[in-house]
Design a protein around this ligand. Structure first.
Ligand SMILES: Nc1nc2c(ncn2[C@@H]2O[C@H](COP(=O)(O)OP(=O)(O)OP(=O)(O)O)[C@@H](O)[C@H]2O)c(=O)[nH]1
Length: 591
Protein backbone atom coordinates (compact mmCIF):
# COMPACT_ATOMS: atom_id res chain seq x y z
CA UNK A 1 0.00 0.00 0.00
CA UNK A 2 1.49 3.30 -1.05
CA UNK A 3 1.44 5.99 1.63
CA UNK A 4 0.84 9.42 0.15
CA UNK A 5 2.76 12.04 2.03
CA UNK A 6 2.79 14.83 -0.59
CA UNK A 7 0.09 16.20 -2.92
CA UNK A 8 0.03 14.58 -6.33
CA UNK A 9 0.73 16.78 -9.35
CA UNK A 10 0.34 15.28 -12.77
CA UNK A 11 3.32 15.86 -15.06
CA UNK A 12 0.99 16.77 -17.96
CA UNK A 13 -0.77 19.41 -15.90
CA UNK A 14 2.46 20.76 -14.51
CA UNK A 15 3.89 21.02 -18.00
CA UNK A 16 0.66 22.62 -19.23
CA UNK A 17 0.61 25.14 -16.43
CA UNK A 18 4.25 26.00 -16.91
CA UNK A 19 3.80 26.39 -20.66
CA UNK A 20 0.80 28.66 -20.14
CA UNK A 21 2.60 30.79 -17.56
CA UNK A 22 5.64 31.01 -19.83
CA UNK A 23 3.42 31.90 -22.80
CA UNK A 24 1.61 34.61 -20.76
CA UNK A 25 4.84 36.14 -19.57
CA UNK A 26 6.20 35.99 -23.08
CA UNK A 27 2.98 37.55 -24.44
CA UNK A 28 3.23 40.40 -21.95
CA UNK A 29 6.86 41.04 -22.77
CA UNK A 30 6.24 40.85 -26.49
CA UNK A 31 3.06 43.03 -26.15
CA UNK A 32 4.95 45.65 -24.15
CA UNK A 33 7.74 45.72 -26.66
CA UNK A 34 5.34 45.86 -29.53
CA UNK A 35 3.38 48.66 -27.83
CA UNK A 36 6.51 50.63 -27.25
CA UNK A 37 7.56 50.14 -30.79
CA UNK A 38 4.14 51.20 -32.19
CA UNK A 39 4.05 54.18 -29.87
CA UNK A 40 7.47 55.23 -31.10
CA UNK A 41 6.28 54.88 -34.67
CA UNK A 42 3.21 57.00 -33.98
CA UNK A 43 5.39 59.63 -32.33
CA UNK A 44 7.54 59.73 -35.44
CA UNK A 45 4.45 60.09 -37.57
CA UNK A 46 3.25 62.99 -35.40
CA UNK A 47 6.62 64.66 -35.58
CA UNK A 48 6.60 64.19 -39.36
CA UNK A 49 3.12 65.70 -39.42
CA UNK A 50 4.28 68.66 -37.31
CA UNK A 51 7.13 69.35 -39.70
CA UNK A 52 4.61 69.05 -42.59
CA UNK A 53 2.55 71.69 -40.84
CA UNK A 54 5.58 73.88 -40.25
CA UNK A 55 6.91 73.61 -43.74
CA UNK A 56 3.74 73.19 -45.75
CA UNK A 57 0.89 74.90 -43.97
CA UNK A 58 2.53 77.64 -41.90
CA UNK A 59 3.78 79.57 -45.04
CA UNK A 60 0.32 79.32 -46.53
CA UNK A 61 -1.21 80.47 -43.28
CA UNK A 62 1.26 83.37 -43.24
CA UNK A 63 0.10 84.42 -46.73
CA UNK A 64 -3.53 83.98 -45.79
CA UNK A 65 -3.20 86.17 -42.68
CA UNK A 66 -1.15 88.77 -44.58
CA UNK A 67 -3.64 88.87 -47.39
CA UNK A 68 -6.58 88.56 -45.07
CA UNK A 69 -7.86 85.56 -46.97
CA UNK A 70 -10.27 84.18 -44.42
CA UNK A 71 -11.51 81.45 -46.73
CA UNK A 72 -8.03 80.36 -47.56
CA UNK A 73 -7.13 80.30 -43.93
CA UNK A 74 -10.19 78.31 -43.06
CA UNK A 75 -9.40 75.84 -45.88
CA UNK A 76 -5.89 75.37 -44.56
CA UNK A 77 -7.20 74.79 -41.08
CA UNK A 78 -9.71 72.28 -42.41
CA UNK A 79 -7.00 70.51 -44.36
CA UNK A 80 -4.93 70.15 -41.25
CA UNK A 81 -7.84 68.99 -39.17
CA UNK A 82 -8.59 66.41 -41.84
CA UNK A 83 -5.56 64.38 -40.80
CA UNK A 84 -6.86 61.46 -38.76
CA UNK A 85 -4.24 62.07 -36.10
CA UNK A 86 -5.44 65.65 -35.54
CA UNK A 87 -8.34 66.33 -33.20
CA UNK A 88 -8.44 70.13 -33.65
CA UNK A 89 -6.41 72.68 -35.61
CA UNK A 90 -6.69 76.36 -34.72
CA UNK A 91 -5.08 79.53 -36.13
CA UNK A 92 -4.98 82.47 -33.79
CA UNK A 93 -4.04 85.66 -35.76
CA UNK A 94 -2.44 88.61 -34.00
CA UNK A 95 -5.31 90.66 -35.33
CA UNK A 96 -7.66 88.65 -33.20
CA UNK A 97 -9.04 86.48 -35.96
CA UNK A 98 -9.32 82.91 -35.20
CA UNK A 99 -10.00 79.90 -37.41
CA UNK A 100 -10.45 76.41 -36.16
CA UNK A 101 -11.45 73.05 -37.48
CA UNK A 102 -12.35 69.80 -35.72
CA UNK A 103 -14.11 69.24 -32.47
CA UNK A 104 -13.00 71.62 -29.79
CA UNK A 105 -10.66 70.11 -27.26
CA UNK A 106 -11.32 71.47 -23.85
CA UNK A 107 -9.12 71.55 -20.82
CA UNK A 108 -6.01 70.65 -22.76
CA UNK A 109 -3.17 72.72 -23.98
CA UNK A 110 -2.31 72.35 -27.68
CA UNK A 111 0.17 69.58 -28.47
CA UNK A 112 1.88 71.69 -31.16
CA UNK A 113 2.20 75.49 -31.21
CA UNK A 114 3.80 76.93 -34.37
CA UNK A 115 4.33 80.69 -34.73
CA UNK A 116 3.28 82.19 -38.08
CA UNK A 117 6.12 84.56 -39.00
CA UNK A 118 5.83 88.06 -40.44
CA UNK A 119 6.62 88.00 -44.15
CA UNK A 120 8.73 91.06 -44.08
CA UNK A 121 9.60 91.80 -40.54
CA UNK A 122 11.88 89.15 -39.20
CA UNK A 123 11.18 88.34 -35.61
CA UNK A 124 7.58 89.52 -35.84
CA UNK A 125 4.74 86.99 -35.81
CA UNK A 126 1.32 87.22 -37.51
CA UNK A 127 -0.26 84.68 -35.38
CA UNK A 128 0.00 81.13 -34.07
CA UNK A 129 -0.99 77.68 -35.34
CA UNK A 130 -2.27 75.48 -32.51
CA UNK A 131 -2.77 71.75 -33.05
CA UNK A 132 -4.33 69.14 -30.73
CA UNK A 133 -3.62 65.56 -31.57
CA UNK A 134 -6.35 62.99 -31.39
CA UNK A 135 -4.96 60.81 -28.57
CA UNK A 136 -7.79 58.30 -28.90
CA UNK A 137 -6.86 57.78 -32.51
CA UNK A 138 -3.23 57.17 -31.61
CA UNK A 139 -4.28 54.79 -28.86
CA UNK A 140 -6.55 52.97 -31.23
CA UNK A 141 -3.71 52.73 -33.72
CA UNK A 142 -1.43 51.26 -31.09
CA UNK A 143 -4.06 48.85 -29.86
CA UNK A 144 -4.97 47.81 -33.40
CA UNK A 145 -1.30 47.20 -34.07
CA UNK A 146 -0.79 45.06 -30.91
CA UNK A 147 -3.99 43.16 -30.26
CA UNK A 148 -4.12 40.91 -33.36
CA UNK A 149 -0.55 39.75 -32.80
CA UNK A 150 -1.22 39.28 -29.12
CA UNK A 151 -4.34 37.27 -29.83
CA UNK A 152 -2.44 35.20 -32.40
CA UNK A 153 0.32 34.51 -29.91
CA UNK A 154 -2.09 33.59 -27.16
CA UNK A 155 -3.99 31.30 -29.51
CA UNK A 156 -0.70 29.74 -30.65
CA UNK A 157 0.42 29.31 -27.07
CA UNK A 158 -2.89 27.69 -26.17
CA UNK A 159 -2.74 25.34 -29.11
CA UNK A 160 0.89 24.41 -28.32
CA UNK A 161 0.02 23.91 -24.66
CA UNK A 162 -2.93 21.75 -25.54
CA UNK A 163 -0.95 19.65 -27.97
CA UNK A 164 1.87 19.32 -25.43
CA UNK A 165 -0.64 18.36 -22.79
CA UNK A 166 -2.19 15.74 -25.06
CA UNK A 167 1.17 14.34 -26.02
CA UNK A 168 2.42 14.20 -22.47
CA UNK A 169 -0.85 12.87 -21.15
CA UNK A 170 -1.16 10.15 -23.75
CA UNK A 171 2.52 9.41 -24.16
CA UNK A 172 3.74 9.74 -20.61
CA UNK A 173 1.02 10.04 -17.99
CA UNK A 174 -1.07 7.13 -19.09
CA UNK A 175 1.82 4.68 -19.52
CA UNK A 176 3.39 5.80 -16.28
CA UNK A 177 0.13 5.27 -14.43
CA UNK A 178 -0.22 1.86 -16.05
CA UNK A 179 3.36 1.03 -15.02
CA UNK A 180 2.57 2.26 -11.52
CA UNK A 181 -0.51 0.01 -11.36
CA UNK A 182 1.54 -2.89 -12.73
CA UNK A 183 4.43 -2.43 -10.32
CA UNK A 184 2.00 -2.47 -7.39
CA UNK A 185 0.76 -5.87 -8.49
CA UNK A 186 4.26 -7.37 -8.84
CA UNK A 187 4.54 -10.12 -6.25
CA UNK A 188 7.64 -12.28 -5.76
CA UNK A 189 5.57 -15.30 -4.84
CA UNK A 190 3.56 -15.73 -8.03
CA UNK A 191 4.02 -15.74 -11.76
CA UNK A 192 3.38 -12.13 -12.87
CA UNK A 193 2.04 -11.40 -16.36
CA UNK A 194 4.29 -9.35 -18.64
CA UNK A 195 3.82 -5.58 -18.64
CA UNK A 196 1.75 -4.52 -21.70
CA UNK A 197 0.66 -0.90 -22.15
CA UNK A 198 -1.34 -1.40 -25.32
CA UNK A 199 0.55 1.32 -27.11
CA UNK A 200 0.41 1.74 -30.81
CA UNK A 201 3.03 -0.22 -32.74
CA UNK A 202 5.80 2.08 -33.92
CA UNK A 203 9.04 1.50 -35.67
CA UNK A 204 11.01 3.30 -32.98
CA UNK A 205 11.45 3.04 -29.27
CA UNK A 206 11.15 5.70 -26.64
CA UNK A 207 11.89 5.94 -22.95
CA UNK A 208 8.60 4.27 -22.05
CA UNK A 209 9.53 1.27 -24.16
CA UNK A 210 12.89 1.12 -22.38
CA UNK A 211 11.07 1.28 -19.08
CA UNK A 212 8.67 -1.47 -20.15
CA UNK A 213 11.64 -3.59 -21.18
CA UNK A 214 13.25 -2.86 -17.83
CA UNK A 215 10.12 -3.88 -15.97
CA UNK A 216 9.77 -7.05 -17.97
CA UNK A 217 13.42 -7.87 -17.24
CA UNK A 218 12.71 -7.17 -13.59
CA UNK A 219 9.65 -9.40 -13.75
CA UNK A 220 11.67 -12.20 -15.36
CA UNK A 221 14.29 -11.75 -12.66
CA UNK A 222 11.65 -11.93 -9.95
CA UNK A 223 10.17 -15.02 -11.58
CA UNK A 224 13.57 -16.66 -11.82
CA UNK A 225 14.39 -15.69 -8.26
CA UNK A 226 11.05 -17.11 -7.10
CA UNK A 227 11.64 -20.35 -8.98
CA UNK A 228 15.16 -20.68 -7.59
CA UNK A 229 13.90 -19.88 -4.12
CA UNK A 230 11.09 -22.42 -4.45
CA UNK A 231 13.61 -24.94 -5.72
CA UNK A 232 15.98 -24.16 -2.87
CA UNK A 233 13.16 -24.46 -0.34
CA UNK A 234 12.17 -27.80 -1.84
CA UNK A 235 15.77 -29.04 -1.86
CA UNK A 236 16.21 -27.83 1.69
CA UNK A 237 13.13 -29.58 2.92
CA UNK A 238 14.12 -32.72 1.00
CA UNK A 239 17.58 -32.61 2.56
CA UNK A 240 16.07 -31.99 5.95
CA UNK A 241 13.95 -35.07 5.45
CA UNK A 242 17.07 -36.98 4.43
CA UNK A 243 19.12 -35.62 7.30
CA UNK A 244 17.57 -37.95 9.85
CA UNK A 245 18.17 -40.84 7.52
CA UNK A 246 21.79 -39.79 7.01
CA UNK A 247 22.35 -39.32 10.71
CA UNK A 248 20.91 -42.80 11.27
CA UNK A 249 23.13 -44.27 8.56
CA UNK A 250 26.18 -42.45 9.86
CA UNK A 251 25.48 -43.54 13.43
CA UNK A 252 25.10 -47.12 12.24
CA UNK A 253 28.34 -46.78 10.29
CA UNK A 254 30.17 -45.34 13.30
CA UNK A 255 28.79 -48.10 15.50
CA UNK A 256 30.03 -50.68 13.02
CA UNK A 257 33.44 -49.02 12.82
CA UNK A 258 33.61 -48.89 16.61
CA UNK A 259 32.71 -52.55 16.92
CA UNK A 260 35.31 -53.47 14.35
CA UNK A 261 37.87 -51.22 16.02
CA UNK A 262 37.14 -52.80 19.37
CA UNK A 263 37.38 -56.31 18.00
CA UNK A 264 40.53 -55.39 16.08
CA UNK A 265 42.13 -53.92 19.16
CA UNK A 266 41.15 -57.06 21.12
CA UNK A 267 42.53 -59.13 18.27
CA UNK A 268 45.79 -57.21 18.16
CA UNK A 269 46.18 -57.45 21.96
CA UNK A 270 45.50 -61.18 21.86
CA UNK A 271 47.97 -61.66 19.00
CA UNK A 272 50.81 -59.62 20.39
CA UNK A 273 52.02 -62.07 22.98
CA UNK A 274 51.16 -65.29 21.24
CA UNK A 275 54.10 -67.70 21.64
CA UNK A 276 56.04 -68.47 18.53
CA UNK A 277 54.68 -71.95 18.03
CA UNK A 278 51.06 -70.74 18.18
CA UNK A 279 51.52 -67.71 15.96
CA UNK A 280 50.62 -69.40 12.70
CA UNK A 281 47.29 -70.78 13.89
CA UNK A 282 46.54 -67.48 15.69
CA UNK A 283 47.14 -65.54 12.48
CA UNK A 284 44.96 -67.93 10.47
CA UNK A 285 42.17 -67.42 13.01
CA UNK A 286 42.66 -63.66 12.74
CA UNK A 287 42.46 -63.86 8.94
CA UNK A 288 39.22 -65.81 9.25
CA UNK A 289 37.76 -63.14 11.51
CA UNK A 290 38.85 -60.35 9.18
CA UNK A 291 37.57 -62.21 6.12
CA UNK A 292 34.13 -62.42 7.69
CA UNK A 293 34.04 -58.62 7.92
CA UNK A 294 33.28 -58.45 4.21
CA UNK A 295 32.36 -62.08 3.69
CA UNK A 296 35.48 -62.66 1.63
CA UNK A 297 35.90 -66.21 0.35
CA UNK A 298 39.59 -66.37 1.30
CA UNK A 299 42.23 -64.28 3.00
CA UNK A 300 45.95 -64.79 2.70
CA UNK A 301 49.24 -63.19 3.58
CA UNK A 302 52.11 -63.86 1.19
CA UNK A 303 55.75 -63.06 1.82
CA UNK A 304 58.60 -62.45 -0.56
CA UNK A 305 62.17 -62.35 0.60
CA UNK A 306 64.27 -59.85 -1.21
CA UNK A 307 65.56 -62.06 -3.97
CA UNK A 308 63.23 -65.02 -3.58
CA UNK A 309 59.78 -66.04 -4.76
CA UNK A 310 56.46 -65.23 -3.25
CA UNK A 311 54.89 -67.82 -0.97
CA UNK A 312 51.74 -67.86 1.07
CA UNK A 313 52.62 -67.79 4.74
CA UNK A 314 49.18 -67.57 6.33
CA UNK A 315 46.06 -68.84 4.56
CA UNK A 316 42.43 -68.93 5.44
CA UNK A 317 40.90 -71.37 4.78
CA UNK A 318 44.01 -73.42 5.42
CA UNK A 319 45.33 -74.51 2.07
CA UNK A 320 47.24 -77.67 1.29
CA UNK A 321 48.71 -76.13 -1.83
CA UNK A 322 50.10 -72.81 -0.71
CA UNK A 323 51.50 -72.10 -4.16
CA UNK A 324 47.98 -71.76 -5.54
CA UNK A 325 46.26 -70.11 -2.66
CA UNK A 326 44.01 -68.14 -3.06
CA UNK A 327 44.92 -67.13 -6.57
CA UNK A 328 48.27 -68.05 -8.00
CA UNK A 329 48.13 -65.01 -10.31
CA UNK A 330 48.76 -62.82 -7.31
CA UNK A 331 52.07 -64.49 -6.70
CA UNK A 332 53.13 -64.52 -10.33
CA UNK A 333 53.01 -60.82 -10.65
CA UNK A 334 56.44 -59.38 -11.02
CA UNK A 335 55.90 -55.70 -10.39
CA UNK A 336 55.96 -54.56 -6.82
CA UNK A 337 54.25 -51.52 -5.50
CA UNK A 338 53.54 -50.74 -1.95
CA UNK A 339 50.06 -49.56 -1.11
CA UNK A 340 46.42 -50.33 -1.09
CA UNK A 341 44.48 -51.68 -4.07
CA UNK A 342 40.85 -52.40 -4.70
CA UNK A 343 39.23 -54.52 -7.39
CA UNK A 344 40.99 -55.20 -10.64
CA UNK A 345 44.60 -54.51 -9.68
CA UNK A 346 47.96 -55.81 -10.85
CA UNK A 347 47.85 -57.94 -7.74
CA UNK A 348 44.46 -59.44 -8.00
CA UNK A 349 41.61 -59.64 -10.50
CA UNK A 350 39.08 -59.12 -7.72
CA UNK A 351 39.29 -58.31 -4.09
CA UNK A 352 41.25 -56.03 -1.86
CA UNK A 353 45.02 -56.03 -1.62
CA UNK A 354 47.31 -54.35 0.83
CA UNK A 355 51.07 -54.55 0.47
CA UNK A 356 53.75 -53.57 2.93
CA UNK A 357 57.46 -53.97 3.52
CA UNK A 358 58.19 -55.43 6.93
CA UNK A 359 61.85 -55.71 7.85
CA UNK A 360 62.98 -55.74 4.22
CA UNK A 361 60.53 -58.52 3.40
CA UNK A 362 57.60 -57.81 1.12
CA UNK A 363 54.24 -58.69 2.55
CA UNK A 364 50.97 -58.89 0.70
CA UNK A 365 47.57 -59.30 2.28
CA UNK A 366 44.66 -60.09 0.01
CA UNK A 367 40.97 -60.54 0.60
CA UNK A 368 39.93 -62.78 -2.22
CA UNK A 369 36.62 -62.67 -4.03
CA UNK A 370 35.81 -65.27 -6.68
CA UNK A 371 33.70 -62.77 -8.63
CA UNK A 372 34.07 -59.06 -9.22
CA UNK A 373 32.08 -56.97 -6.80
CA UNK A 374 31.90 -53.40 -5.63
CA UNK A 375 33.06 -52.60 -2.14
CA UNK A 376 31.38 -49.92 -0.12
CA UNK A 377 33.68 -47.24 1.28
CA UNK A 378 32.85 -48.57 4.75
CA UNK A 379 33.92 -52.10 3.81
CA UNK A 380 37.14 -50.78 2.33
CA UNK A 381 37.79 -48.81 5.47
CA UNK A 382 37.15 -51.76 7.76
CA UNK A 383 39.33 -54.09 5.74
CA UNK A 384 42.05 -51.51 5.57
CA UNK A 385 42.01 -51.13 9.33
CA UNK A 386 42.15 -54.91 9.68
CA UNK A 387 45.08 -55.09 7.26
CA UNK A 388 46.92 -52.40 9.20
CA UNK A 389 46.42 -54.33 12.44
CA UNK A 390 47.57 -57.63 10.93
CA UNK A 391 50.67 -56.05 9.41
CA UNK A 392 51.43 -54.37 12.71
CA UNK A 393 51.12 -57.71 14.48
CA UNK A 394 53.37 -59.36 11.91
CA UNK A 395 55.87 -56.56 12.27
CA UNK A 396 55.74 -56.99 16.01
CA UNK A 397 56.19 -60.73 15.70
CA UNK A 398 59.13 -60.22 13.38
CA UNK A 399 60.69 -57.86 15.88
CA UNK A 400 59.99 -60.33 18.67
CA UNK A 401 61.64 -63.14 16.68
CA UNK A 402 64.60 -61.03 15.95
CA UNK A 403 64.84 -60.01 19.57
CA UNK A 404 64.44 -63.58 20.74
CA UNK A 405 67.11 -64.80 18.31
CA UNK A 406 69.47 -62.08 19.43
CA UNK A 407 68.76 -62.90 23.02
CA UNK A 408 69.34 -66.60 22.37
CA UNK A 409 72.54 -65.87 20.52
CA UNK A 410 73.70 -63.64 23.33
CA UNK A 411 72.76 -66.30 25.83
CA UNK A 412 74.58 -68.92 23.79
CA UNK A 413 77.63 -66.72 23.52
CA UNK A 414 77.51 -65.94 27.21
CA UNK A 415 77.76 -69.64 28.09
CA UNK A 416 80.02 -70.83 25.30
CA UNK A 417 83.76 -70.86 25.00
CA UNK A 418 84.49 -68.93 21.82
CA UNK A 419 87.51 -71.06 20.80
CA UNK A 420 86.17 -74.55 21.24
CA UNK A 421 82.40 -74.03 21.27
CA UNK A 422 82.18 -76.01 24.51
CA UNK A 423 80.37 -74.66 27.53
CA UNK A 424 82.35 -72.07 29.46
CA UNK A 425 82.87 -72.05 33.18
CA UNK A 426 79.74 -69.98 33.85
CA UNK A 427 77.44 -72.37 32.00
CA UNK A 428 79.23 -75.33 33.50
CA UNK A 429 78.52 -73.95 36.97
CA UNK A 430 74.85 -73.23 36.07
CA UNK A 431 74.29 -76.77 34.83
CA UNK A 432 76.26 -78.17 37.70
CA UNK A 433 74.00 -76.29 40.17
CA UNK A 434 70.85 -77.40 38.38
CA UNK A 435 71.96 -80.98 38.31
CA UNK A 436 73.09 -80.66 41.91
CA UNK A 437 69.62 -79.55 42.97
CA UNK A 438 68.06 -82.41 41.04
CA UNK A 439 70.43 -84.91 42.62
CA UNK A 440 69.67 -83.53 46.05
CA UNK A 441 66.10 -84.56 45.36
CA UNK A 442 66.73 -87.90 43.64
CA UNK A 443 69.82 -89.10 45.50
CA UNK A 444 71.52 -90.12 42.23
CA UNK A 445 75.36 -89.91 41.95
CA UNK A 446 77.13 -87.11 40.02
CA UNK A 447 80.74 -87.19 38.83
CA UNK A 448 83.12 -84.54 37.60
CA UNK A 449 86.18 -85.14 35.38
CA UNK A 450 88.89 -82.50 35.52
CA UNK A 451 91.07 -82.67 32.38
CA UNK A 452 94.41 -80.97 31.72
CA UNK A 453 96.54 -81.17 28.58
CA UNK A 454 99.98 -82.57 29.29
CA UNK A 455 103.06 -80.52 28.48
CA UNK A 456 101.01 -77.99 26.66
CA UNK A 457 103.40 -75.17 27.31
CA UNK A 458 106.03 -77.15 25.50
CA UNK A 459 103.55 -77.82 22.71
CA UNK A 460 102.93 -74.11 22.30
CA UNK A 461 106.59 -73.41 22.38
CA UNK A 462 107.25 -76.05 19.79
CA UNK A 463 104.35 -75.56 17.34
CA UNK A 464 103.18 -72.06 18.03
CA UNK A 465 100.15 -70.67 19.79
CA UNK A 466 97.74 -70.96 16.85
CA UNK A 467 98.54 -74.63 16.41
CA UNK A 468 98.04 -74.94 20.12
CA UNK A 469 94.57 -73.41 19.60
CA UNK A 470 93.75 -75.88 16.84
CA UNK A 471 94.89 -78.70 19.11
CA UNK A 472 92.56 -77.48 21.86
CA UNK A 473 89.67 -77.40 19.36
CA UNK A 474 90.35 -81.01 18.31
CA UNK A 475 90.49 -82.13 21.95
CA UNK A 476 87.21 -80.34 22.63
CA UNK A 477 85.62 -82.21 19.76
CA UNK A 478 86.75 -85.49 21.33
CA UNK A 479 85.22 -84.50 24.69
CA UNK A 480 81.97 -83.51 22.99
CA UNK A 481 81.74 -86.80 21.11
CA UNK A 482 82.54 -88.92 24.12
CA UNK A 483 80.06 -87.20 26.36
CA UNK A 484 77.05 -86.75 24.10
CA UNK A 485 74.34 -88.28 26.27
CA UNK A 486 71.61 -86.18 27.84
CA UNK A 487 72.83 -84.36 30.91
CA UNK A 488 76.51 -84.88 30.12
CA UNK A 489 78.32 -81.59 29.62
CA UNK A 490 81.85 -80.81 28.47
CA UNK A 491 83.28 -77.42 29.34
CA UNK A 492 86.47 -75.46 28.96
CA UNK A 493 87.15 -73.92 32.33
CA UNK A 494 90.09 -71.84 31.05
CA UNK A 495 93.44 -72.21 29.27
CA UNK A 496 94.08 -75.90 28.58
CA UNK A 497 91.91 -77.02 31.47
CA UNK A 498 88.61 -78.84 30.75
CA UNK A 499 85.86 -80.41 32.84
CA UNK A 500 83.13 -82.93 32.14
CA UNK A 501 79.95 -83.11 34.20
CA UNK A 502 78.49 -86.59 34.41
CA UNK A 503 75.14 -86.60 36.23
CA UNK A 504 73.93 -90.10 37.17
CA UNK A 505 77.47 -91.57 36.91
CA UNK A 506 78.88 -93.32 39.94
CA UNK A 507 82.62 -93.50 40.41
CA UNK A 508 83.13 -96.62 38.36
CA UNK A 509 81.12 -95.28 35.45
CA UNK A 510 82.91 -91.97 35.69
CA UNK A 511 86.34 -93.63 35.69
CA UNK A 512 85.26 -95.66 32.69
CA UNK A 513 84.18 -92.52 30.89
CA UNK A 514 87.44 -90.77 31.87
CA UNK A 515 89.44 -93.62 30.49
CA UNK A 516 87.47 -93.52 27.24
CA UNK A 517 88.21 -89.82 26.92
CA UNK A 518 91.87 -90.21 27.72
CA UNK A 519 92.39 -93.04 25.22
CA UNK A 520 90.35 -91.14 22.56
CA UNK A 521 92.74 -88.20 22.96
CA UNK A 522 95.69 -90.48 22.77
CA UNK A 523 94.19 -92.18 19.69
CA UNK A 524 93.98 -88.81 18.04
CA UNK A 525 97.72 -89.12 17.77
CA UNK A 526 98.45 -85.41 17.68
CA UNK A 527 102.25 -85.32 17.48
CA UNK A 528 104.06 -83.77 20.41
CA UNK A 529 107.85 -83.93 20.18
CA UNK A 530 108.43 -82.74 23.74
CA UNK A 531 106.16 -85.31 25.34
CA UNK A 532 107.52 -88.69 26.45
CA UNK A 533 104.36 -90.19 24.87
CA UNK A 534 105.16 -88.53 21.51
CA UNK A 535 101.49 -87.61 21.23
CA UNK A 536 99.34 -85.03 22.87
CA UNK A 537 97.80 -86.63 25.96
CA UNK A 538 95.59 -85.56 28.81
CA UNK A 539 95.55 -86.30 32.50
CA UNK A 540 92.16 -86.70 34.19
CA UNK A 541 91.08 -86.41 37.78
CA UNK A 542 87.73 -87.94 38.71
CA UNK A 543 85.49 -87.13 41.70
CA UNK A 544 82.01 -88.42 42.50
CA UNK A 545 79.21 -87.13 44.71
CA UNK A 546 76.62 -89.64 45.76
CA UNK A 547 73.88 -87.23 46.63
CA UNK A 548 74.29 -88.09 50.30
CA UNK A 549 74.96 -84.54 51.39
CA UNK A 550 71.36 -83.43 51.03
CA UNK A 551 71.48 -81.06 53.97
CA UNK A 552 74.74 -79.40 52.89
CA UNK A 553 74.67 -76.23 50.76
CA UNK A 554 75.38 -76.91 47.09
CA UNK A 555 78.32 -74.48 46.93
CA UNK A 556 80.09 -76.36 49.68
CA UNK A 557 79.29 -79.69 48.05
CA UNK A 558 80.71 -78.63 44.70
CA UNK A 559 83.74 -76.91 46.25
CA UNK A 560 84.57 -80.17 47.83
CA UNK A 561 83.86 -82.16 44.67
CA UNK A 562 85.90 -79.90 42.39
CA UNK A 563 88.75 -79.78 44.90
CA UNK A 564 88.83 -83.54 44.97
CA UNK A 565 88.77 -83.78 41.18
CA UNK A 566 91.66 -81.28 41.05
CA UNK A 567 93.60 -83.25 43.59
CA UNK A 568 93.09 -86.39 41.51
CA UNK A 569 94.28 -84.50 38.45
CA UNK A 570 97.45 -83.37 40.21
CA UNK A 571 97.99 -86.90 41.28
CA UNK A 572 97.61 -88.08 37.69
CA UNK A 573 100.19 -85.50 36.66
CA UNK A 574 102.46 -86.56 39.41
CA UNK A 575 102.15 -90.21 38.46
CA UNK A 576 103.46 -89.49 34.99
CA UNK A 577 100.52 -87.96 33.10
CA UNK A 578 98.34 -89.52 30.42
CA UNK A 579 96.29 -91.29 33.01
CA UNK A 580 93.08 -91.21 35.04
CA UNK A 581 93.05 -90.95 38.81
CA UNK A 582 89.95 -91.41 40.98
CA UNK A 583 89.24 -90.43 44.58
CA UNK A 584 90.10 -93.93 45.78
CA UNK A 585 93.74 -93.33 44.84
CA UNK A 586 93.74 -90.20 47.00
CA UNK A 587 92.76 -92.15 50.15
CA UNK A 588 95.39 -94.77 49.28
CA UNK A 589 97.97 -92.09 49.03
CA UNK A 590 96.79 -90.54 52.30
CA UNK A 591 96.96 -93.89 54.00
N1 LIG B 1 97.64 -72.15 22.42
C1 LIG B 1 97.06 -71.88 23.58
N2 LIG B 1 97.78 -72.06 24.71
C2 LIG B 1 97.19 -71.80 25.90
C3 LIG B 1 95.86 -71.38 26.00
N3 LIG B 1 95.56 -71.25 27.32
C4 LIG B 1 96.67 -71.59 28.03
N4 LIG B 1 97.64 -71.94 27.18
C5 LIG B 1 98.97 -72.36 27.49
O1 LIG B 1 98.96 -73.57 28.19
C6 LIG B 1 100.15 -73.69 28.92
C7 LIG B 1 99.94 -74.35 30.24
O2 LIG B 1 101.20 -74.66 30.72
P1 LIG B 1 101.44 -75.18 32.16
O3 LIG B 1 100.28 -74.72 33.03
O4 LIG B 1 102.75 -74.67 32.61
O5 LIG B 1 101.45 -76.70 32.09
P2 LIG B 1 101.98 -77.75 31.04
O6 LIG B 1 103.03 -77.10 30.22
O7 LIG B 1 100.79 -78.16 30.25
O8 LIG B 1 102.54 -78.78 31.85
P3 LIG B 1 101.76 -79.77 32.71
O9 LIG B 1 100.36 -79.26 32.86
O10 LIG B 1 102.44 -79.81 34.00
O11 LIG B 1 101.77 -81.04 31.98
C8 LIG B 1 100.73 -72.29 29.05
O12 LIG B 1 101.93 -72.18 28.33
C9 LIG B 1 99.66 -71.43 28.40
O13 LIG B 1 100.22 -70.36 27.66
C10 LIG B 1 95.13 -71.20 24.78
O14 LIG B 1 94.00 -70.82 24.77
N5 LIG B 1 95.79 -71.48 23.61
Amino acid sequence: MRVVTRPFHSIARTVLRNVIVAAAVLALVIGAAHSWYTYQKEQQRVEALTSTFALGHVPLLMVGIWDLEANALQRQVDLMAAYPEIAEARVQAATGMAFSAGPEVANRRPDVRLPIPHPTEPGEVLGELQVWYDNDYIRREIVSAIVPGFIEFVLFALVVSFITYRIIFAGLNRPLRAIDDYSRQLTPGRRNPPLELGRRQRHWEDEIDLMVDGFNTLRDGIARFSEERDQAVKTLSRERDMLDERVRERTQEMRQINEVLESLSRLSVSLIDVPYESQHSAMVDALARCGKLIEASAVGIAVCHEAGDWEWRYCWPVSTDTRAFPDSRVLHNLSWAQGWYVGDTPWSPHGLVCTRVVDSERYLLTFHEPKARTYTPLEERLVRMAAEVLFKVIERWENQHELENSRRELYRLSRTDPLTGLANRRYFNEVRDTEGRRIQRTGEPLSVLMIDVDFFKAYNDQYGHSKGDRCLVRLAEVFRQQCARAGELSARLGGEEFAILLPGHDEAEALEMAERVRSAVYDLAVPHEHSPMDWVTVSIGCATWFGDRGAEPLDAVFDHLMRNADRCLYKAKALGRNRVVGEASLSTANE
